[in-house]
Design a protein around this ligand. Structure first.
Ligand SMILES: [Zn+2]
Length: 434
């Protein structure tokens, strides 16, 4: 049957690709990893490598050598299995075993990424129990590939992978970390190298670069986070794309914060503690006190202030002082109705705004009366409505040190040799068979 022969052809080309990427010894992969880190290091970037624990246990020396360079590790399962279909008991015991392997090999790790970018609510519950700093398994999809350029088969492969990941669309959602079930969730941007190379069949370095450039431009304009996923086994095809993205990110001003996933999670928790004190002094004057760390980015718009400020972006000025007097016709806050849901309020606060529940809309340059039934899909529209308004606003920026957006470079390490690759299938089969 034609379907069967196509299937066989696909399998054959997969096998060929795997054979070209892995060797019997880890020498090829070690060279790829070093080439990867040579690039990131040149741009002062520390990549985050989620690593499967059994792979670490088979190659502790190689990973210890790599850990001597500027890299960060995360746990990528005990074995490389689809945790979405496993009960919490199995997930918890697997993650515990993974922690033991990392500890006994003396490899530090920060957070977690699920193999196949697939976990479930119970995965998060297990991670919280075991005190992981973050999870980075959700995906956000950018509409940056043009269907007309690809064969029908490549396009179907691409759609199939999207169905498998079930990413959120960046047209409807913000590409930002978020607190989810008590842990920081850091979404990975799609298309990644696997989608582009293995599914869409792109091998032209310029096209790979163009796709990531479009994502970077959109994310920068929106002030969000680009978690760029590139696996070490595709570094030779994607090296120049990676260099271009890091180069461009380094040249932008206001800057892009290039950080590890661990630093991003830490920042998200730190930022969550920031507060403002706002006291009216009459005549449209407000004494503002920012309770925050030194890294905080303080921004204001459409108001005068008694301290020096500098042009930032999007009509905002940045200010270094933490205690100052703001002059504006309305309170420099976002007003919300008394019945606003806790989700709405915590979202607006996480965006850095001073949020006041009030039944006096006229006190505010921007006021939302109907936030009782606020959903995640309402986050991006409300954030955009605030940006479009002319309201006087005082707020914290999303990123530290006056950065406008953020970039993390990350790629899983599942296997280092052909044997690891074969063992991976056997380990999953054994777990499923029990
Ligand atoms: Zn993986």
């Amino acid at each position: 049957m034609p379907g069967e022969s196509r299937g066989a052809r696909n399998l054959l080309s997969r096998v060929r690709a795997i054979l070209s990427r892995f060797g019997i010894t880890p020498r090829k992969i070690e060279a790829d990893l070093n080439r990867y880190v040579d690039i990131t290091q040149r741009f002062g970037c520390v990549p985050t490598f989620p690593l499967t624990a059994v792979t670490l246990s088979r190659h502790p020396e190689l990973i210890r050598k790599l850990s001597g360079r500027e890299v960060e590790f995360a746990v990528h399962g005990y074995i490389h299995t689809d945790y979405r279909s496993l009960p919490i008991e199995t997930q918890t015991s697997d993650f515990k075993k993974a922690i033991d392997v990392f500890e006994s090999c003396q490899i530090c790790f920060t957070g977690f990424r699920a193999p196949y970018l697939r976990g479930n609510g119970e995965t998060l519950e297990a991670l919280v129990k075991l005190d992981f700093a973050y999870d980075s398994s959700d995906t956000i999809w950018w509409d940056v590939v043009d269907k007309g350029k690809y064969t029908k088969q490549a396009w179907n492969e691409y759609r199939k992978l999207l169905d498998f990941y079930k990413p959120r669309s960046a047209q409807e959602y913000l590409a930002l970390p978020r607190f989810k079930s008590g842990i920081v969730e850091i979404p990975v941007s799609i298309p990644d190298d696997e989608v582009m190379v293995d599914r869409l069949g792109i091998t032209d370095a310029r096209e790979l670069t163009r796709i990531w450039e479009m994502i970077l431009q959109r994310i920068y304009a929106r002030g969000e986070l680009f978690t760029l996923q590139l696996h070490h086994e595709r570094i030779s095809l994607c090296a120049s794309a990676l260099e271009t993205i890091l180069q461009q990110a380094r040249e932008l001003n206001p800057p892009v914060w290039i950080a590890t996933l661990g630093e991003i999670a830490e920042w998200w928790k730190e930022k969550d503690q920031f507060t403002f004190g706002i006291d009216s002094q009459g005549d449209g004057e407000y004494r503002a006190k920012a309770n925050c760390s030194e890294k905080a980015t303080l921004l204001l718009r459409n108001c005068k202030v008694d301290r020096p400020t500098a042009e930032w972006s999007g009509g905002y000025q940045s200010i270094d002082a933490k205690d100052f007097v703001v002059e504006c016709p309305k309170r420099p806050c976002v007003g919300v109705g008394p019945d606003s849901s806790p989700h709405a309020i915590s979202f607006l606060k996480s965006e850095g705004f001073i949020v006041e529940q009030s039944d006096q809309p006229h006190n505010y340059g921007i006021y939302f009366a109907n936030l009782a039934d606020f959903k995640e899909a309402d986050e991006k529209p409300i954030s955009e409505a605030i940006e479009r308004s002319n309201a006087p606003l005082l707020r914290y920026g999303r990123w530290p040190d006056k950065a406008k957006s953020a970039l993390a470079i990350t790629g899983d390490i599942d296997s280092l040799t052909l044997i690891d690759f074969v063992m991976r299938m056997f380990e999953v089969w054994r777990q499923n068979g029990r």
